[in-house]
Design a protein around this ligand. Structure first.
Ligand SMILES: Cc1cc2nc3c(=O)[nH]c(=O)nc-3n(C[C@H](O)[C@H](O)[C@H](O)COP(=O)(O)O)c2cc1C
Length: 197
């Protein structure tokens, strides 16, 4: 498989970084792994007027074209990011705005909008400051999966396989973080075994 990891965190010492490194490490012996580190790339996250107009003429910006090729080639996409104001960090939101563009990721069909990225599996990873019990009160986690997952990746006809939440990361001990990571790595190992059979 080709495994694309889309990663959005500015800090080298973040939990998200640890997670990406370990996902990469467990995937590499079995898959072609490509990590797109949006901060390291200094990805231009603002979709502006000219680009939006160009899109209507079928003109794709060079940096977007490059990212779309990675998405196109991917069988599995892992998305790793911290929860910022109940949303994606702006750089990731902008990546989605620009890369999952009309005509590439979705289009208007006979029966309304149709996704064009059929067949790609997606696993999402969201680290959080809040506890699950705090957010459960508002049923927040299923809503986040609906909005961040199904409304984005599902909308493009990708298959959202799993959405991991990592609560209370700010106050978690190294042992607690390691337990989260081991659970995630075990999930990927199972996934890779089932893909091979
Ligand atoms: C700008 C900003 C906004 C945040 N908003 C939220 C939030 O809405 N909900 C939440 O649970 N945590 C929020 N946090 C906390 C982060 O999610 C938390 O610091 C991060 O997940 C910890 O993992 P990391 O080490 O990968 O950064 C926010 C943090 C920042 C910097």
């Amino acid at each position: 498989m080709t495994h694309l990891i889309i990663y959005a965190h500015p800090s080298e010492d973040s939990f998200s970084r640890q997670l990406v490194d370990r996902i990469k490490q467990c995937s590499e012996p079995l898959n072609t792994v490509i990590v797109r580190d949006l901060y390291a790339m200094d990805f231009n996250a603002v979709l502006k007027k000219e680009e939006l107009n160009n899109l209507k003429k079928g003109i794709i910006a060079e940096d977007v074209d490059k990212e779309q090729a990675f998405v196109e080639d991917a069988d599995l996409i892992s998305v790793v990011y911290p929860l910022w104001w109940a949303s994606f960090p702006a750089i990731l939101k902008g990546y989605i705005d620009r890369v999952f563009s009309y005509g590439f990721a979705y289009r208007s069909g006979k029966n309304g909008m149709e996704g064009l990225l059929t067949g790609r599996a997606v696993v999402m990873h969201t680290s959080m400051g809040n506890s699950v019990s705090e957010d459960d009160q508002d049923n927040l986690l299923p809503n986040l999966t609906a909005i961040h997952g199904h409304e984005v990746f599902g909308f493009c006809d990708m298959d959202l396989m799993q959405h991991f939440f990592y609560p209370e990361i700010i106050s978690a001990t190294e042992l607690e973080k390691e337990a989260f990571i081991e659970n995630t790595v075990a999930y990927y190992k199972e996934l890779f075994i089932s893909e091979r059979n």
